[in-house]
Design a protein around this ligand. Structure first.
Ligand code: FAD
Length: 295
């Protein structure tokens, strides 16, 4: 059973996110990472897609290779930005042919050169348009993105929640952007419940291993680093002599482990790890998660 919708109906899931490699060295690194993480028997792995199709070939090649060569189910990310219906259909055909059963339908990050007020070209404006299209295709279980702190482009958190609830009416599950305060996740789940939505929302967890990188990613994703955590990160970087020194890595592992434990204890439907194509931190967390989580 590789449809995430079906898995979530009977168990919690553990999943890993990777980005497609840009060089031979990066491909070897990713392959080694997947082999190491395979010991934890993920329910699925997901592969990101460059908005506007910039990673098209690399995403397709990576998804197809995983589906053909590994025992793990692959979920392909797909984005709206710049895409025509025919291009999306061609991708869906490739994926269906190799047995991919899960698609993460996303709005996509906007091109950097897009001017304020401009709408990107393409047949799909919002992720919900893509969800409807893939749903009509009929061959896939469909996931979407959720933003516990609200999407950075939303005019209000309330508006974002309402749109998320509408999007989830047609999707099978959501995966969240990473966050560091579990209250943001629980508040989002409560808001969705209030809106009559009980579609599973899998929390996304990022084990921070580099102080500079996490600050950059958080700014891009609209995720807040709580003041107390920021102080601890600075202290760990100073004590270890650098932003990626062992104390920072240890702090990242301990922070993500505690966050994961609390999410599972609170009833989250699974955990999705943003691995950044590295195995070490995620493996350390999974080794410590004493409670079997459905794998
Ligand atoms: P949407 O659901 O389209 O929402 C975007 C904004 O539009 C929100 O503010 C929303 O409130 C608003 N909105 C939605 N519907 C409407 C409507 N009908 N009317 C008015 N406003 C509306 N990006 C990539 O480029 N490639 C990836 O592979 C990728 N993977 C991701 C994986 C995960 C798990 C997550 C959480 C995000 C990922 N992203 C990726 C980032 C994502 O594409 C961006 O956050 C993007 O800016 C929004 O995506 P979305 O799917 O939430 O878009």
């Amino acid at each position: 059973m590789a449809r995430i919708r079906d898995l979530l109906a009977v168990q919690r899931t553990v999943s890993f996110e990777f980005f497609p490699p840009k060089s031979i060295e990066a491909a070897v690194q990713l392959s080694n990472t997947m082999t190491e993480l395979a010991h934890h028997r993920p329910d699925f792995v997901s592969i990101t897609y460059g908005a506007g199709g910039s990673d098209r070939e690399r995403t397709v090649d990576t998804v197809v290779a995983i589906e053909r060569e590994r025992a793990t189910a692959a979920m392909a990310h797909l984005t709206c930005v710049g895409h025509r219906v025919e291009e999306i259909d061609a991708l869906l055909d490739i994926y269906a042919e190799v047995g991919v059963e899960n698609i993460l339908a996303l709005g996509g990050d906007l091109p950097a050169d897009l001017k304020l007020g401009e709408v990107p070209t393409g047949d799909f404006r919002y992720a919900s348009d893509l969800v409807d299209h893939v749903r009509a295709d009929g061959r896939f279980s469909i996931g979407v993105a959720a933003h516990p702190e609200g999407h950075p482009r939303s005019e209000s958190i309330q508006a974002d929640r309402e749109r998320l609830a509408q999007k989830l009416e047609h999707a099978d599950f959501a995966i969240t952007q990473f966050f560091f305060n579990n209250n943001d996740y629980w508040q989002m789940v409560a808001d969705l419940t209030e809106l009559g939505c009980d579609t599973p929302v899998i929390p996304g967890v990022i084990p921070l291993t580099n102080a500079n990188q996490v600050a950059r990613f958080a700014a891009m994703a609209g995720a807040t680093i709580p003041g107390e955590l920021a102080t601890k990160i600075d202290a760990a970087a100073a004590a270890g002599g650098g932003p990626a020194s062992p104390p920072v890595v240890q702090l990242g592992i301990q922070t993500a482990l505690k966050q994961s434990q609390e999410l599972l204890a609170g009833g989250a439907p699974g955990l999705h790890f943003y691995t950044l194509n590295r195995a070490r931190a995620t493996m350390a967390i999974l080794r410590e998660l004493a409670v079997p989580i459905g794998i």
